[in-house]
Design a protein around this ligand. Structure first.
Ligand code: ADP
Ligand code: ASP
Ligand code: MG
Length: 452
């Protein structure tokens, strides 16, 4: 059995979905479980609908839902016209959009958008795409069953970023998939969508369809997990930032995890973990060039040392915590991190000195409560508009040219923080946001383009 996950751009229109169907057809003997994202930009639109609903902008919300409906109905026509499936698909898609409209309307009337309601709204993109693609697969001769992801991916009740309950998932998935596989050649389900133990809808957080794929891979002990996307695998840098990145044919699980965590959007940060525990390989593949090899993510023993990639998080903030009491005071660090953990604010980089701790967090995080609590026992400042740049690879300490390249790329620009993990998987710098992209380009040039 293999898991095949297709992202938003891979299912954005008729041509893309037709390619997906042929990719799946070519792999039917491997028993694919297909996981799809919402059509590209649909989840963004659903977030917008939530914001309009929260602001009680009934008309704007309605307009967006109408656009969503037209896009999906148009696609149903393109994919299914002249087939026996068109009417049924049309009715189904229309009903899903009407339900959404009624729900959003109710939220607008009440004027209170809870995380639970938000999750119901933003999960609708995957429900629509999977419904349509399932009809399209059947129409093109692949007998396919649609499985409700809410029966597969069970989480806690953090509605917008559900924490998967791996035990419950492993208990539910094999039987559900087996049941769905009766008399068909493929099954399809929604990425991103999950449910709390009481059955209410949750989602796995932005980009979470990759995570769905890897959780299913874990529960089914799949042969491999394939993440089909719009680029030829994991590259030495984000192709939207750097002009000539190169595809990495193989990387280690740990390297992929660091890259994803430190800004390489191509894989969801949590994707690696469930698969790595069982040693299931992950392949990142290009749905526009199905024959190219993409990237294999494997156990680190078969991956050579060396620098693999440079990635960045463009918008982060640095929190500086000063306290003279820190001197020799045991428990100070745990007190500080206790505050972050109590407020569920994830911390990325950390650096400490005698009387100062600096930590980085995502730029979009609201820090007011954390700062207020830390200020009770320390002086706190927050630096905004910073970026984090990370160089990732195995055993980086053996790379003699690394610091020379970094210092050349940075020129006279300052570094606000620097940290290197003990495992030598990444070396991260914090710089001003205004120089982030250019610095990434220069680092890439000096490390990978042989212009040093
Ligand atoms: P999908 O919709 O398939 O999930 P995403 O947009 O989430 O796709 O991820 C693919 C994008 O990740 C690419 O278009 C690319 O711009 C970006 N990306 C960032 N860093 C990298 C990298 N190192 N290698 C490949 N792609 C990267
Ligand atoms: N559709 C969701 C998002 O855009 C999940 C995903 O595509 O992975 O965040
Ligand atoms: Mg993605």
């Amino acid at each position: 059995m293999i898991i095949m996950k297709f992202g938003g751009t891979s299912v954005q229109n008729e041509a893309a979905i037709s390619r997906v169907i042929e990719i799946v057809r070519a792999r039917l003997e491997r028993k694919p479980v297909v996981v799809v994202s919402a059509l590209s930009k649909v989840t963004d639109l659903l977030y917008k609908i939530c914001d309009e609903a929260a602001a009680r902008h009934t008309e704007q919300a309605k307009e967006h839902i109408e656009a969503l409906r037209e896009r999906h109905l148009g696609l149903a026509e393109e994919l299914l016209s002249g087939t026996e499936f068109l009417d049924e698909a049309y009715t189904k898609v229309d009903a899903l959009c009407q339900e959404l409209d009624a729900f959003v309307h109710a939220v607008c009337v009440v004027g209170d958008l809870t995380p639970k309601s938000r999750a119901r709204i933003i999960s609708r993109g995957e429900v629509l795409s999977s419904t349509l693609i399932c009809y399209a697969m059947n129409a093109r001769g692949i007998r396919t069953n649609l499985v409700d992801a809410k029966k597969l991916i069970i989480t806690d009740d953090d509605y917008l970023k559900g924490e998967p309950d791996k035990k419950a998932i492993c208990a539910a998935v094999p039987a559900e998939i087996e049941k769905a596989y009766r008399n068909v050649e493929a099954v399809i389900t929604q990425g991103f969508v999950s449910s709390a133990r009481d059955g209410s809808t949750t989602v796995l957080g932005r980009g979470g369809s990759d995570y769905t794929a890897s959780l299913l891979g874990m529960a089914l002990q799949a042969e491999e997990v394939q993440i089909w996307t719009d680029v030829d695998g994991v590259m030495t840098a984000d192709p939207r930032v750097v002009e000539h990145p190169v595809t990495l044919r193989e990387i280690a699980f740990e390297e992929a995890a660091e890259m994803a965590h430190f800004g390489a959007k191509v894989l969801h940060p949590m994707t690696i973990e469930p698969a790595v525990r069982l040693g299931i390989p992950i392949y990142v593949l290009d749905s526009t060039h199905p024959d190219s090899k993409g990237t294999g993510v494997f156990g680190s023993e078969r991956i050579p040392d060396g620098i693999k990639a440079v990635s960045s998080k463009e918008n982060i903030q640095v929190i500086n915590i000063f306290s003279t009491k820190m001197l020799g005071a045991s428990g100070f660090l745990s007190k500080v991190f206790g505050v972050f953990s109590d407020h569920k604010v994830p911390v990325d980089m950390i650096s400490t000195s005698e009387a100062n701790i600096s930590v980085t967090v995502d730029g979009g995080t609201d820090l007011s409560a954390v700062v207020a609590e830390l200020s009770e026992f320390a002086d706190v400042t927050v630096d905004r508009d910073k970026s984090q740049i990370s160089v990732i690879g195995k055993n980086l300490h053996a790379e003699a040219g690394l610091f020379a390249a970094l210092s050349k790329a940075l020129g006279p620009n300052g570094i606000h923080m620097i940290s290197q993990g003990a495992t030598f998987i990444n070396l991260s710098l914090v710089v001003d946001r205004s120089i982030c992209k250019e610095t990434v380009r220069l680092i890439h040039q000096y490390l990978f383009e042989n212009h040093a």
